[in-house]
Design a protein around this ligand. Structure first.
Ligand code: ATP
Ligand code: MG
Length: 223
């Protein structure tokens, strides 16, 4: 999965115990091993502190464990992203080469998004305006939430709705199929932990098992 060149954003759906946090750990550790802190910076929203210590300092832009902290960081990141919006005088060549700003790509990683909330009061609401410009400004959202309640809450959730419309990548882990279509044409199904359907533009939709090692659970703390 390459969010830098393909979909930009990723939605992970799975009920409790389906392997959402484990997926995020695996993905973060893979990113960190391939990219320097100059190239990627993680902004983590993690109210249950499941990802605490997973991102090395070099790659960590901010870590929010509650809504107050998240609001502050969202404001700071939004200001940074606004500076990166292309000027109106930009040429196609400059746009393609991303010459008008420098810095790391910012990955907003949200675990347990249902706790953050997606309604009009969501602390993440300011990011909606940046979603379509993601590639130009080096901004990515990786968001994990429960399947349960999706059919009800996603109707008022602008951020997730926009991510779905844009054709974000998706990983659909275990959950109730009656919650409806979540990403692409995929509904959830009851599956073992770490098992899910990966939806990307690049490859046909496929059933995968997320890599998992116990080491990942402790490596962050050891760092
Ligand atoms: N890829 C995987 N392969 C094998 N087992 C896994 C995998 N991912 C998770 N598990 C098992 O499932 C358990 C729960 O995983 P995890 O904590 O990632 O789920 P979660 O979706 O984040 O749950 P919650 O919503 O409660 O936070 C893990 O402790 C592990 O035992
Ligand atoms: Mg979790």
């Amino acid at each position: 999965m390459d969010l830098a060149t393909d979909e930009s954003h990723l939605l992970v759906f799975g009920d409790s115990g389906s392997g959402k946090t484990s997926f995020l750990r695996t993905w973060i550790s893979a990113m960190v091993s391939r990219r320097s802190g100059w190239e990627v910076r993680f902004v983590v929203a993690d109210y249950r502190r499941s990802l605490l210590g997973q991102v090395p300092d070099e790659h960590l832009g901010a870590y929010a464990a509650d809504s107050e902290a998240l609001k502050v960081y969202v404001e700071q990141v939004s200001a940074k992203l606004r500076e990166r919006l292309p000027p109106s005088t930009i040429t196609p060549r400059e746009l393609a080469a991303r010459t008008w700003w420098e810095g790391p790509d910012i990955y907003l990683v949200v675990d347990d998004y249902d706790l953050v909330g997606g309604g009009p009061q969501s602390p993440l609401r300011p990011f909606v305006e940046f979603l379509p410009h993601a590639r130009d400004i080096g901004f990515h959202i990786v968001l994990a939430r429960r399947v349960a309640g999706s059919s009800r809450t996603l109707m008022t959730d602008l951020l997730v709705a926009r991510m779905q419309e844009m054709g974000s990548a998706g990983l659909v882990l275990s959950g109730d199929r009656r919650e409806g279509v979540l990403v692409g044409d995929q509904r959830a199904a009851v599956r073992p932990p770490g098992r899910g359907v990966l939806v990307t533009r690049r490859a046909p939709t496929e059933l995968i098992q997320v890599a998992f090692t116990e080491d990942l659970m402790t490596s962050g703390a050891a760092r």
